[in-house]
Ligand binder design. Structure first.
Ligand SMILES: [Zn+2]
Length: 177
């Protein structure tokens, strides 16, 4: 889930915090995201960048569906992903410990992460937590986020965006007075 959101926010965002986002160099951005999984980071090649950029674009559509409350549309897209990139649960021994993985053992990097990202959002939707995925409601910001708040009422990606909206509302009220 962390990687899905990070890919969207690095590669499929036009505005962030009220400012347009210029073209990004996908390679370093993806390498930074994959750093949470050292074997993936080591396997990453610049030739994988277009695949990750396309994955980010498709994940963005799913998050936008969920943000609009169109869970059916998101579920349809997720099912397409899951058919094309099915999860293969298997145990792998790492550092003397067995760990459960869900992605195909020998998959290339992009299909593997497609499977992981799709499965993580699908698990959330399947658990009835689809409204916990959202995009920032501040003007000029389409960053995606996971709402971990107690009452699930989060609307902004960050405190700065929340404060921008608060300040704008305050200014509007002051002007109409
Ligand atoms: Zn924002």
């Amino acid at each position: 889930m962390v990687v899905a959101m990070a890919l969207i926010n690095a590669l499929a965002v036009e505005h962030a915090h009220g400012r347009p986002v210029g073209p990004v160099e996908p390679g370093p951005a993806i390498a930074g995201i994959l750093a949470i999984d050292p074997p993936s980071a080591a396997a990453f090649r610049s030739g994988d960048s277009p695949g990750f950029t396309e994955l980010a674009r498709q994940l963005r559509q799913i998050v936008d569906d969920l943000d609009r409350g169109d869970v059916d549309a998101a579920a349809g897209r997720l099912n397409t992903f899951l058919v094309e990139h099915p999860a293969h649960p298997h145990l792998a021994k790492e550092d003397g410990r067995w760990r459960l993985h869900h992605h195909p053992a020998d998959a290339a990097l992009v299909p593997m992460w497609t499977s992981i990202c799709a499965a993580s959002i699908a698990r959330l939707v399947g658990a009835g937590l689809h409204d916990r995925v959202g995009t920032c409601h501040a003007p000029g910001c389409d960053l995606a986020f996971i709402d971990a708040s107690k009452n699930g009422s989060r609307r902004f990606c960050s405190t700065p965006c929340q404060n921008r909206v608060k300040a704008a509302t305050f200014r509007r009220r002051a002007q109409t007075r």
